[in-house]
Design a protein around this ligand. Structure first.
Ligand code: TNX
Length: 537
């Protein structure tokens, strides 16, 4: 206790001396809010505090807050629905004047008030509150302050590839927890690729019986996939954390796992690219995909379905020689193989539209002729800025996830041996943090079309959970600040100070990370096989 008072005094004193900097470093809210003003004194958090919520629709948030305090600090607080706060309460208050995802957080010595106009805004007030708890000698307190906040972008995401190496339900849920703490709201789930088909489709059981066998490091690995029940649990877990899940079924390329299960809808081929694409000239392919997407649309209540569309040219050699495909190109007057690729994407995007969903696709999709209001483009080829410009000038809404600096399978430190590089470029925490500065001059002309950004976690070289977390953290934290915080409140020194607080959260959850404060303290966890020594550009 004595120690704690000492510490409080020290904090308050330093605040008086150094006010501006301390607003940034204490409390450790990350991403940085729009405005933080420090008050005087502290609110002491004890087990006698009550959580009070005003409106029935905040009941789930109140329970979430209860659960988090219980899990992290062992508290079991009371929860009440009432119209006004009382001394020693955390009050979830309706305030219709606050923007949709925004919130206010007011901490004084007697109470904590979280205000928002929506359950999502309230959820974010709760995150800032949770991040502000300081624990010291088994006492818990929060510095008095006022926070006013709202996000820069509506899409603050992370993509996880579970096809190259499977990562299970518990891992996904841990990641959703961390995303929620960072006010991130889009989980893009890359469910199918060459190495595995990871989602159960009832109408086509072989997709998982055969298509889920193997992974990037071991072609014969035991089949791993998410059952429809798993998917429902994850979607619900995400919903309670105000995260929309976007499923991706990659096509017409990256389809090798589906091809192994159902060779009759594959374009075939030999060697490394065998079965890389669906057969684009068979009606049965489109029927198959419609059936698959119908089940997918039912499982995922969110408005989006991602249909990939990337890198088709890698493995479509068969398209140039197969008589049925060549005849199809002629009959439909598609011109050539890339015309056929665009036809394929238009057709599947129409299926998605008929299912009541919006298409999302990688930036190759810009050229497909899909109307701009019907699709969201993910810009990924950082070396092709013209793709970003094209998407915007054609009227598409865009999510930015350029390889440099948003792909977390690139190394984060020059000493690392496993992971991608692009020439001499890689994705250090600092490089990630600078985004989207390098493209600001392009995007500033289209403020309404930039939906936001995401980290993309490709898992060719991430077999184990420890390694997966190590590559994700702390770079995901930088992405969350890039997506949430206005440029004028961003500051790398301040970020690094607040990051320490988030690393404590990861410690409490047992989530591994690369420690940028002590590079040698965190040895690079093992990759899967010998193959994953330094990757290609
Ligand atoms: C490119 S991004 C891919 C992925 C790889 C990734 C590795 C994209 C649309 N395609 O298939 O996993 O690079 O960094």
């Amino acid at each position: 206790m004595h120690n704690m008072k000492h510490r409080i005094l020290f904090l308050l004193l330093s605040y008086l001396l150094l006010s501006n900097q301390l607003i940034h470093s204490i409390p450790g809210i990350i991403p940085q809010p729009k405005e933080v003003t420090s008050g005087k004194g502290v609110f002491e958090l004890t087990k006698f505090i009550t959580i009070i919520y005003q409106d029935e629709r905040q009941a789930e948030n109140a329970e979430y807050l209860y659960d988090e305090l219980k899990k992290e600090y062992g508290f079991s607080l009371l929860i009440n629905q009432k119209n006004r706060p009382q001394n020693g309460s955390i009050f979830l208050k309706e305030n219709p004047t606050i923007p949709e995802e925004g919130y206010k957080l007011t901490v004084d010595k007697k109470q904590i008030i979280c205000e928002a106009s929506t359950p999502t805004g309230m959820f974010y007030a709760i995150q800032s509150f949770l991040q502000s708890i300081i624990s010291e000698d088994k006492s818990y307190f929060i510095l008095c302050m006022n926070v006013e906040d709202a996000p820069r972008y509506p899409w603050r995401g992370m993509m996880l590839d579970v096809a190259r190496h499977f990562h299970n339900k518990e891992t996904v849920m841990n990641l959703l927890d961390a995303m929620a703490r960072l006010k991130m709201n889009r989980f893009h789930w890359h469910l199918t690729d060459e190495d595995g088909w990871r989602i159960e489709i009832k109408k086509y059981p072989k997709l998982t019986q055969e298509g889920a066998v193997g992974n990037w490091s071991d072609r014969m690995a035991y089949p791993k996939y998410f059952s429809q029940q798993d998917v429902k649990e994850i979607v619900e877990y995400a919903r309670l954390r105000h995260i929309t899940v976007i499923p991706e079924i990659d096509m017409p390329g990256h389809a090798s796992a589906a091809s192994r299960a159902y060779p009759e809808i594959s374009a075939g081929g030999e060697g490394r690219w065998a079965g890389f694409t669906f057969h684009p000239a068979k009606e049965s392919t489109y029927r198959f995909l419609e059936d698959v997407l119908t089940e997918v649309a039912e499982l995922f209540p969110g408005p989006y379905i991602h249909i990939g569309g990337d890198e088709v040219h890698f493995g479509n050699q068969v398209w140039f020689t197969d008589p049925q495909i060549q005849k199809f190109i002629k009959d439909k007057q598609l011109g050539d193989e890339s015309g056929l690729e665009h036809y394929f994407l238009r057709r599947v995007s129409d299926i998605v539209k008929n299912l009541g969903k919006t298409t999302v696709g990688w930036d190759e999709m810009i050229a497909s002729g899909i109307p701009s209001h019907q699709a969201v483009i993910m810009w990924w080829r950082h070396d092709k800025r013209e793709q970003l410009e094209k998407a915007l000038s054609q009227g598409f809404n865009v999510v930015m996830t350029p390889r440099i600096p948003c792909y977390l399978d690139f190394v984060q430190d020059n000493t690392q041996k496993i992971g991608r590089r692009w020439g001499t470029d890689f994705n250090s925490l600092f490089t990630v943090y600078k985004f989207p500065k390098p493209v600001e001059s392009i995007i500033s002309a289209y403020p309404d079309q930039i939906m936001g950004m995401q980290a993309s976690v490709w898992t060719e070289r991430m077999a184990g959970t420890k390694r997966l977390y190590y590559m994700i953290f702390p770079r995901l934290v930088a992405i969350s600040e890039n997506a949430w915080s206005a440029d004028k409140v961003k500051n790398y020194d301040s970020f690094m100070k607040r990051l320490k607080n988030f690393l404590l959260y990861l410690d409490r959850k047992g989530i591994n990370y690369f420690n940028p404060f002590d590079v040698n303290s965190t040895p690079e966890p093992w990759g899967p096989t010998k193959k994953d020594v330094i990757a290609e550009g």
